[in-house]
Ligand binder design. Sequence first.
Ligand code: DLL
Length: 444
Amino acid sequence: MLNALWNDDAGGFHPASAPDFLPEKRLKEVQLRRLRAVVSRAYERVELFRTRLQERKLTPESIRSLEDIEQLPFMVKTDLRDTYPFGLFASPMSDIVRLHASSGTTGKPIVVAYTQADVEVWAEVMTRTFASCGLHRGDILQNAFGYGLFTGGLGAHYGAETLGATVIPISGGNTDRQIMVMRDFGVTALCCTPSYFTYLVERAAELDADLRDMPVKVGIFGAEPWSDAMRTRIEEAANIKAYDIYGLSEIIGPGVASECEAQNGLHVFEDHFYPEIIDPDSGQVLPDGEEGELVITTLSKKAMPVIRYRTRDITRIIPEPCTCGRSIRRIRRIGRRSDDMIILRGVNVYPSQVEAALLAVEGTLPHYQIILTREQGLDQMTVEVEVTPEVFSDEIRAMEQVRSRLAQAIERIIGIRVTLRLVEPRSIERSQGKAKRVIDRRGD
Ligand code: DLL
């Protein structure tokens, strides 16, 4: 399978031979066959799934067409918490070669498992990810996703090695060393969270190093939302092409979907991950093109099949074909989750909207935080944003200009005015992985 992905003569990824380029009819056949197999496996081996199907008087034989998936119950994050640590495993521990865990915000983590076959599928979808971001053998990839229980580091590692690229497994953190390695090892591509990359750029400048003078040409970013405005900032600051990749631990880790050279939506590797978009309130499946919650079914996972998993990520399927020629479906970039909505004076606000507004204004830096408080029963939002040293050290006038532009930009996007606090560079804590953009003090 992997050999089919690699074509030395073509200098890299060979779209026509990849399984996700199967003609639609053939792809649907593969999806149905795999769906039936995964449903049977979960029914036979996972009690929670079997009980839920029995309650609905369903059996694996009820799945006769792809549309029949809509009869199956959803899975949610609490299912993983309630069965902590191993309750959803469909393989004996002797067949499981890897465990990862995701910490989440409260209490116990969720644990996910992989058989050898699962690890191979993961390497394959990550190979496709890197290939569609333009990487090939000969590239030197600095992998600054965290290695450890987080899926980012090892997920990216195996994919890049399988592609034939040279991987530097530096993991997250130790930023000065990252910059030295990037320069001295001739790094051509780097992957990490977008927020960590903005810190790398900043720290490089402090060390009198400019990423624009280095051979790095591609950045592969994911694991947290980042706006198009953030992408523009990143691409300009480092003179790279910045790609968005998406995934989640419950499904496999990174490698569920990836942008291609068109940078216009993420292709879902739908021979392994079957996407649906639902109305988050009614649970009804929505037609392609409509925005809703992304639900994913793993079609080939052995150790921990996950069926109709409600990701909470909001997106839509893009019905039009992609200019890159790949026939697999795309989703819009994920700007928000259904659970990160803030209700402010009756208006729904998402942190990503605030980011887009902030970064559209000159004089701001890509470091900000949203602080939520509750006063007399009403939610209040304060946006803290760093401004450039020039703005900060200038007379009050420059600050006031930026403040008024920011207030207008935010009001234009979310419809209301918020409290703004302009702070000096380096006042907001830098993250080495996922940035903490929202500080919720409403319960304090
Ligand atoms: O973040 C896996 C990953 C690693 C993806 C490296 C990409 C790169 P979790 O820690 O389980 O897994 O977090 C998954 O992060 O449900 C989204 O809400 C968010 N997320 C991941 N990628 C993106 C992205 C990894 N490109 C959760 N854009 C998901 C927006 C993203 N949000």
